[in-house]
Design a protein around this ligand. Structure first.
Ligand code: DHB
Length: 391
């Protein structure tokens, strides 16, 4: 099979790129190892920057993010048992939208199907080869067991943090930058009314907690846990008590409890592959970098990569000049490192290491007090959280 752009990975990054390229008349094929149902049912983050919302609406995906997403004008930073509201609209004139990543996937997959896109789910044995030639290739076995080889001109690795693409860059042409954290998140989905209209990011003596939402009847919450914790061992009551301890305060704030229908440990790390390009292979989204979840930058960063990469590929086919393609990695990495810094900062400020001594615990509270107590501090957080402008 021949095409212009071959895309490995049919998550939000791969599908968004495929959609934008198709709109511009550039042929492309997406291969994805999971099936549609599995991706649809994988719960990930939930917050979209305004720039991400705009990418979905301006490119004619569909308007569901506007009708089903919930616009949030701020967040609560809660520490020492006291909530401090950051009003993003007032601070930086921007908002974010609560719209789960699985919905973004469903919308993009539906738009590709509607527009006749070539997206192959449930493929196996995917390999990429000839990356430094003018015809890089993707080899894979289709859902029906047939072997295929796609000859393309540009190959995009959008296959996530566990994908194969970045490992195809020879070690001597790649720098892996990463750090690990001594904690993970215990995440739940519960059938309960909202405990809060907006997100609460809580630092407590018992560790971090995040109160998020999915709808009027389904809520998403997380609390800091040991990476080796066995989530299945926790009873509903234990989970609720643990969450409640972390938001307790003199205001008497109480979480609204309900049946928990999903509970899992989410491990994370910070990682950046540099550069995000090798020959005619370009990495986008989690294939090139992962952030810890605090601050919800992962999906937004993936979509920002896609915007830069789409413009570079589009310019290449319009002008035959590779200038923007040559600049892709550097341009994308500037935003990546800002988001890495923000995610690292939020994570360390809000979590408590198990072996932290009282100095470290109180220093973090001093930092939170500095941020929450200053308009400039609040603006710094608000600007990063709502997302730097797409250039
Ligand atoms: C959610 C996840 C995040 O990592 C975050 O910072 C905010 C919200 C969520 O799943 O709702």
């Amino acid at each position: 099979i021949r095409t212009q752009v071959g895309i490995v990975g049919g998550g939000p990054a791969g599908l968004m790129l495929s959609h934008l390229l198709a709109k511009s008349g550039i042929e492309n094929i997406v291969v994805e190892k999971r099936d549609h149902e599995t991706i649809k049912n994988t719960h990930r983050a939930g917050i979209l920057e305004a720039g991400s919302v705009r990418m979905l609406t301006d490119s004619d995906v569909n308007g569901r993010v506007l009708t089903h997403g919930m616009e949030h004008e701020g967040i609560d930073l809660r520490f020492n048992g006291v909530s401090h509201r950051l009003n993003f609209t007032e601070l930086v004139g921007a908002t974010v939208t609560l719209y789960p990543q699985n919905e973004v996937f469903v919308d993009l997959a539906a738009a590709r199907a509607r527009d006749g896109g070539d997206v192959r789910y449930s493929v196996s044995d995917t390999e990429i080869l000839d990356l430094t030639t003018d015809t890089p290739k993707i080899r894979f076995t289709g859902a029906d067991g047939q072997a295929f080889e796609i000859h393309c001109e540009i190959l995009v690795g959008a296959d996530g943090s566990q994908g194969i693409c970045k490992w195809a860059i020879p070690a001597e042409h790649r720098t892996d930058n990463f750090i690990e954290y001594p904690f993970a998140w215990f995440g739940i989905l519960t059938e309960a009314p909202k405990s809060s209209d907006e997100l609460i990011y809580a630092n407590s003596p018992h560790g971090f907690a995040l109160i998020s939402q999915r709808s009027d009847t389904v809520q998403r919450m997380y609390f800091q846990a040991d990476p080796d914790e066995d989530a299945s061992k926790w009873s509903e009551e234990q989970i609720w008590d643990e969450l409640q301890k972390r938001v307790d305060g003199p205001d008497g704030f109480q979480l609204k409890r309900g049946p928990i229908f999903e509970q899992m440990i989410l491990k994370f790390r910070s990682y950046v592959c540099e550069p995000m390009r090798y020959g005619n292979l370009f990495l986008a989204g989690d294939a090139g970098h992962t952030v810890p979840p605090t601050g919800a930058k992962g999906l937004n960063l993936a979509l920002a990569d896609v915007k830069v990469l789409f413009e570079a590929i589009d310019s290449y086919y319009a002008t035959k000049s590779k200038d923007l393609l040559d600049g892709y990695s550097e341009k994308a990495l500037r935003r990546v490192w800002k988001a890495q810094n923000f995610s690292y900062w939020m994570t360390n400020m809000l979590h408590t290491r198990k072996d932290a001594n009282p100095f470290e615990v109180k220093r973090a509270l001093g930092e939170l007090d500095t941020v929450a107590g200053s308009r400039y501090g609040q603006q710094y957080l608000a600007e990063s959280y709502t997302g730097w402008p797409h250039s």
